[in-house]
Write a protein of this length. Structure first.
Length: 167
């Protein structure tokens, strides 16, 4: 299981880096344009995925890793939207990279992913093994990268940030 989680974490980081390179072709107005997505814009979708990532990583900051930066950005609302200070492309890209790096370090420093944990969001509570929570997080990331790719397609902005086999 550790090898699978490490692969997922590395792929997630690479895919997010490639996505951010594509998004750098956009200005802030395009980034925030309502594209009809669940979170309206590319920015809203990116922000939601980032906030959930910070929230998941924040669960593990009391462990041996230094999670002060994660704790500082995980202050988000019930819909996993960030508070106002982090909404520029530059800041969100910076924090996305930090969340991805933290997740890799966490996985590389943990040996047992079978422990049952409780994960709560407003109105729902899950009791699952750590590996299932982390795999669900990575699936969530893929889902939202797909939404962002579709929005970029609609904007005629070339994008390709798939490819686990390149790792």
């Amino acid at each position: 299981m550790n090898a699978v989680l490490k692969l997922e974490a590395k792929y997630n980081k690479i895919a997010n880096e490639k996505m951010m390179e594509c998004l750098k072709k956009c200005n802030q107005d395009v980034f925030e344009k309502d594209m009809g997505l669940y979170f309206n814009s590319i920015a809203g979708t990116f922000e939601h995925a980032l906030a959930l990532g910070a929230h998941i990583c924040g669960r593990y900051t009391s462990k041996e890793l230094d999670g002060r930066l994660i704790e500082s950005i995980m202050d988000c609302d019930a819909h996993m939207q960030l508070k106002s200070g982090y909404k520029t492309m530059e800041k969100m890209f910076e924090y996305r990279s930090k969340v991805d790096e933290f997740m890799i370090a966490f996985i590389e420093n943990k040996s047992d992913f079978t422990q049952i944990e409780t994960l709560e969001f407003p109105g729902v509570k899950f009791e699952k093994p750590t590996y299932q929570i982390i795999l669900s997080f990575f699936t969530h990331e893929v889902h939202h990268r797909g939404q962002i790719a579709a929005a970029l397609d609609m904007l005629k902005i070339e994008n390709d940030f798939n490819g686990m086999l390149i790792i």
